[in-house]
Every structure is written in C-alpha cells, then in structure tokens.
Design a protein around this ligand. Structure first.
Ligand code: 6GU
Length: 231
C-alpha cells in the first residue's frame, strides 16, 4: 500500500532531497513459524484475529537496535487525536517508529513497547496503514524544507487556529463572478485585514468550535460578536 503514496508529489520530492527518510518493515519477516503467521485467535474467544506480541516486539527491537533510541508510536482508534499542533511536535523528532494496528486488535502486551498511541479520527479504518500514511504526510509538512515556501505552512488553515481565507486566481471574472476587489488593490494592509476577517467569518460559520481555542485580539472578538448579532 505504501510505495505509491510515498513516491507521489511532496513526499516523493522530500525523500529524493534526503529531507525525510521512510523505511518499511514487514512484520512477517519477524514471524517464527513456517507460515510466517503474525496473528492468532483471541484468548477468551470473540471475533477476528489478534496481532501476536512476539513478531511485533521483535520488529520494534530490531529497528531500535539498528537506529538507536527512537520514539515508538502505535496507530489505533484509541490513540490521541492527530492535530496540526501535535504534528509539529512529532516533526521535531529525528526518528519515529510508526506501528500499524491490524486485524481486530493487538496483544495488549505489545503496549509495554510503545511510547504513544495515535488516532486520526473518531471512526474505524480497516487497518492502521492509511492512518500512518496520513500521519507521514501531515508530519512531513512540518519538517524544514519539505514545503518549498514556508509561508504555505504558516498561512495554512489551523496554523493560527482558524480556517483559511478564500483564495482566487485568474481569470478575474468567471461567468460574471468576480474576484473580491480588495485582492486586486495591491494594498497589502487592506488585503491582510480582509483575509483575517474572512478567516474569522468562515470559522464562525463552518467551524465555530475552533473559535473557543483560537488566539484573538479584543477587536477580533468584537468583530465576531457583530457577525453573530447580524446572523
Ligand atoms: Cl490509527 N487505526 C484504525 N484502524 N482506525 C482508525 C485509526 C487508526 N484512527 C482512526 N481510525
């Protein structure tokens, strides 16, 4: 599942430039039986299979031996929710081990070898792989040099706790719908102010929950209140 995603676009370039290195390890390589089995039936009964302790712990130890001390993250719907703030923090680590959950669960004793559990949202994926790929994409964007223009990261939605202002490119008019004139004015201060107001307005309309945590000036709070009154 991984190569096509990892080769594509920004991540592909980041790896070519040596800014990010991603190594894949197959748990089956650490199985001890001839069928290279990594899962087994659950003690106590129940649906599905459980990922076995031995191959997982061996894999974690093997990678750690090769790489030195390394933070181990397990991907599970029970983990801490992935956010931009946490992604920035994880990007500051030199190395991470990302362990995909699979099947109906993982033997609980694996958790003794895990530093942190991460989830990407309140829904169930059929496997941790997609979550890990999303994690790699999100976290890589915070690694220096991966996003060519650092402003793209700084100005992005969620960076200041608000949604991003609407954006436009040519043509100036599409089926009689124009571009807001302030964006054509060349007046940077006016543009900045307009974008900030648009951010506030959009966030209020689409994600009001974000406003509770956003860092706002008194003037911005007054602006939001005036929007609420006009609703
Ligand atoms: Cl990390 N794994 C699975 N299987 N489902 C999820 C998830 C992870 N995050 C949200 N749903």
């Amino acid at each position: 599942m991984f190569p096509s995603i990892l080769k594509a676009s920004l991540l592909g370039k980041a790896q070519k430039k040596g800014l990010v290195e991603i190594c894949l390890h197959d748990l089956r390589d650490y199985a001890t039986d001839k069928h290279r089995q990594v899962d087994d039936v659950p003690y106590g009964g129940g649906a599905g299979m459980v990922l076995k302790t031995e191959p997982v712990v061996k894999a974690l130890e093997d990678v750690a031996q090769e790489r030195g001390k390394i933070r181990r993250i397990f991907f599970t719907p029970q983990g801490r929710l992935l956010t931009a703030t946490l992604a920035r923090e994880w990007a500051s680590y030199d190395q991470l081990i990302l362990l995909c959950g699979r099947y109906e669960g993982v033997d609980e004793r694996v958790m003794d070898s895990i530093d942190e559990e991460v989830s990407i949202g309140d829904y169930i994926l059929s496997g941790g792989e997609l979550a890990v790929m999303i994690f790699i994409d999100v976290v890589s964007r915070f690694c220096p040099g991966v996003v060519g223009d650092a402003r793209s990261v700084e100005e992005e939605t969620f960076e200041n706790g608000l949604l991003k202002a609407p954006q436009y490119t040519r043509p100036e008019s599409f089926r009689d719908v124009g571009v807001p004139s302030v964006l054509l004015s060349g007046h940077h201060e006016h543009i900045k102010k307009w974008q900030r107001q648009q951010s506030l307005e959009r966030t209020l309309r689409k994600r009001p929950d974000l406003l509770e945590k956003a860092e706002l000036t008194d003037e911005e709070r007054r602006y939001i209140r005036s929007l609420q009154l006009n609703q």
